[in-house]
Ligand binder design. Structure first.
Ligand code: APR
Length: 243
């Protein structure tokens, strides 16, 4: 409880706390991470399923793989980490959540100011025109086609080799630069350019907190390292908030 008390004290005294999350924040919801022993990339070669070239080569194969992700994401629920982060936002302490995740769980937990730098699997976009669509089921036909122009629709996520959505990235850098407390949860910090964000925060003088059961490439620059699973740690935070 001591660490949670310390964490909450820092967040309550902050002027502008910003959260950055990665796959680890959703592990306790049943969403796998990418790296590590049980990570997605140990089962699926990203060159075959998750690159711009793979999609151009065989869109149906990539689509079928992404459809499994959509199916999973439609079933999972936010855990205590998503819930506490949303609560800290509604209390006015956390100003924004920058996430590399595409699972929609921060929004489902009630976070309002969510910046999705890698997109969202529950949103489809047309490969040719500006058509967008929010989905709540796996499309019946894979691949689905655009009702406006007949080109192929695809999940609005960033594949390796693709540029980040620039408006989201711009907002992420802007929020990061404003932060005096920067809370990094469950990311290995190896995928660029998102991995640069904690360095930007540090450069601007923010107090960096990391919550991750494993040491990462970010740990060396943090001011407070919390060696815990996100869901477990934020359960303690929620307990303190409601006491
Ligand atoms: N709580 C907190 N952190 C956890 C937990 C947990 N319960 N379980 C695992 N972690 C940590 C791991 O220790 C690891 O540092 O989550 C991190 C997950 O790292 P990655 O799998 O590399 O995920 P992420 O950093 O989000 O990956 C970035 O890589 O492939 C791309 O586009 C994909 O957005 C993703 C990007």
């Amino acid at each position: 409880m001591k660490l949670a008390e310390n964490f909450l004290d820092i967040v309550r005294k902050s002027r502008y706390a910003v959260v950055l999350t990665g796959a680890g924040v959703s592990v306790e919801s049943g969403v796998p991470t990418f790296r590590g022993k049980d990570g997605l990339w140990s089962k699926y070669d990203p060159d075959e399923y998750a690159t711009k070239e793979a999609f151009e080569r065989d869109p149906v194969k990539v689509w079928r793989w992404l459809a499994m992700g959509i199916e999973l994401i439609l079933k999972v629920e936010p855990n205590m980490a998503h819930i506490a982060i949303a609560e800290l936002e509604s209390l006015g302490y956390v100003k924004s959540v920058i996430t590399q995740n595409i699972d929609n769980l921060h929004q489902k937990a009630g976070s309002k100011n969510v910046i999705e730098v890698h997109g969202n699997t529950l949103r489809l976009r047309c490969t040719a025109c500006s058509y967008r669509e929010i989905i709540n089921m796996v499309p019946n036909n894979i691949p689905p086609y655009c009702p406006k122009c007949d080109a192929m629709l695809r999940p609005d996520v960033v594949l390796f080799g693709e540029a980040l959505p620039y408006e989201e990235w711009d907002r992420a850098v802007d929020e990061t630069s404003k932060a005096d407390v920067y809370i990094v949860v469950g990311t290995s910090g190896v995928v660029m350019p998102a991995a640069m964000l904690p360095l930007i925060a540090k450069g601007k003088g923010a107090f960096i907190i990391e919550i991750n059961p494993e040491v990462t490439s970010i740990t060396r620059i943090v001011d407070l390292y919390i060696d815990k699973k996100a869901g477990e740690f934020f359960s303690e935070v929620m307990e303190l908030l409601s006491s």
